[in-house]
Every structure is written in C-alpha cells, then in structure tokens.
Design a protein around this ligand. Structure first.
Ligand code: NAD
Length: 250
C-alpha cells in the first residue's frame, strides 16, 4: 500500500505489544506505520524488545494492565489520533488445572489492558474537544482472536478475554462515534509469531489442516488490515470485527 493512499503521514499512533509479533517494529504494525511516515509510540512491558530506530519511533515501557503506567503513556504521547492494542498473552491449560493467576493475568492484560488504553485515549480526545480544539478523526484498532468464536481446547481464559475485547469494541464504537472516534477489531486466526510458536508442533500441524488456505498467516497480513482500519480510508467502518484467518475452523 502506498503512503499517499492510506493518508497516515504525520499522524501519531500508539501501538501496544510493539516488542514482538504482530505489533512489532521488526517487520509488522509499527514498521508498516513508520513506512507510511506516521509517528509511532511503541508500548510494551518489555522495554528491551522495542527498537529505538528513528526520532519518529519512540518507546514507552508500560504494563497495559496497570492504570498508572497507562496514564504515563498518554503523558508521553504528543497528540495521538490512532491507538492499536496488540498487547496480549496466553496461559493455556485445561480448566481444572487453571490457577486463579492464569485466569486473572490473561483477563487483566488482554481485556482490562485494552479497556484502560481505550479509556485514556478517549478521555484525551474528549478533553480536547471540550476545549474547542479542532480534532482529527481518530481510530482505535483492537485485536481479538477466532478462538472466542470457535472455541479451542485449553484456552477458556484466552477465549473469554478475546470475546470480551470484541464486545467492548462493538459497544465502544456506539459510545464514541460522536467524538469522531471509530473502533474496530481485527480477528486473527493462527498467525506465525512467537505466541503461536509456543503451541506444540504436532498441534500446529493439526491446526494447519483446518485452514483452507493451507498455511498460517503472516504477521504482516494482519498488519495490512490493521493499517487500513487505522487509516482514513476506512472512514465509514466502525464497530466491526473482521477476521484475517485463512478461513480457519478449529
Ligand atoms: N499469533 C497468533 O496466532 C494470534 C492469533 C490471534 C490473536 N492474536 C493476538 O494478537 C496480539 C499480538 O500477538 P502476537 O502473536 O504478536 O504475540 P507476541 O507474544 O509475539 O507479542 C505480544 C507482545 O505483547 C507484549 N505484552 C504482553 N503483555 C503485556 C503487557 N501487560 N503490557 C504491555 N505489553 C505486553 C509482549 O511483551 C509482546 O511483545 C495478541 O493480542 C494476541 O492475543 C495472536
């Protein structure tokens, strides 16, 4: 996609989970945004994983499940109009073996983290609108998973968290449309990232057999959809949860 077509130049985007996989600077969301001359604020709990490469790509260490750390991201962000919530974890296990901590940490990071980031972004936009500022249209892109719809063995906590993200996305889109903020979600299938590589190889093979396109997705294929939803090119799309999954069925 050419930079002029997406119209992302000179905008500022916050990307959580920017240290690895789909969100990362290595080759995906953060990198694609920079290629569009967009300013990028990389956010991850693992500071060492983020890359200080140009003055247009800053780094803020933050655990998205911690309210004070989320506030700090916005103190350090100059006028963001795009928020991309990629931070997420899995803690897989059969429900009888899941600890409270396995449940809480997945819900805290995947769902509460998305809520906290969205809330702070929206507060900032609303404050500026109240002060009479001429604000640009904004876009939030959340990341769900097909697992919330299809179910998957050993992922009750993860499926619940991602189902929550999709519900949050639809409800929030209605709330904030009047503040010129669109909210959408991408819903990946099985994407070849460090998260997916934690799955045992024989299970990966079984999953691959359930994908009509016959392969796992690449992080950049998710990034392309995220960039479209972040950009003014999708200006009449909000409240949507769009799959990028090779039509996987689990
Ligand atoms: N890979 C897949 O197959 C797949 C499928 C569906 C959905 N997803 C979702 O896509 C998103 C990105 O996943 P990925 O595959 O790139 O994973 P990944 O593990 O490669 O990257 C996730 C990043 O999130 C960061 N992170 C984790 N907890 C955090 C926290 N509390 N605060 C800030 N950052 C934190 C990690 O440090 C890491 O850099 C996640 O939300 C994941 O659930 C992935």
């Amino acid at each position: 996609m050419t930079s002029s077509w997406l119209q992302l130049a000179q905008k500022t985007a916050i990307v959580t989970g920017a240290g690895s996989g789909i969100g990362a600077m290595g080759y995906t969301v953060a990198r694609s945004l920079l290629n569009q001359q967009c300013r990028v604020i990389q956010v991850d709990r693992d500071e060492a994983s983020m890359q200080h490469i140009t003055k247009d790509a800053s780094v803020v260490q933050c655990d998205v499940s911690q309210e004070d750390q989320v506030r700090n991201v916005f103190v350090q962000s100059d006028n963001p109009s795009i928020l991309i919530n990629c931070a997420g974890i899995t803690r897989d296990g059969w429900i009888s073996n899941l600890s409270n901590d396995d449940w809480d940490s997945v819900l805290d990071i995947n769902l509460k983290g998305t809520f906290l980031m969205c809330r702070e972004f929206i507060r900032l936009q609303n404050e500026r609108l109240k002060q009479g500022e001429d604000r640009p249209a904004c876009s939030i892109v959340n990341v769900g998973s097909v697992v919330s719809e299809l179910g998957n063995l050993g992922q009750t906590n993860y499926a619940a968290s991602k189902g929550g993200v999709l519900g949050l996305t639809r409800a929030l889109a209605k709330e904030v449309a009047r503040s010129h903020i669109r909210v959408n979600a991408v819903v990946p299938g099985f994407i070849d990232t460090p998260m997916a590589q934690q799955v045992p190889v024989h299970v990966q093979e079984q999953i691959r057999n359930q994908i009509p396109l016959g392969r796992f997705g690449k992080p950049e294929e998710v990034a392309d959809l995220i960039l479209f939803l972040a950009s003014p090119r999708s200006s009449y799309i909000t409240g949507e949860c769009i799959k990028v999954s090779g039509m996987i069925s689990l």
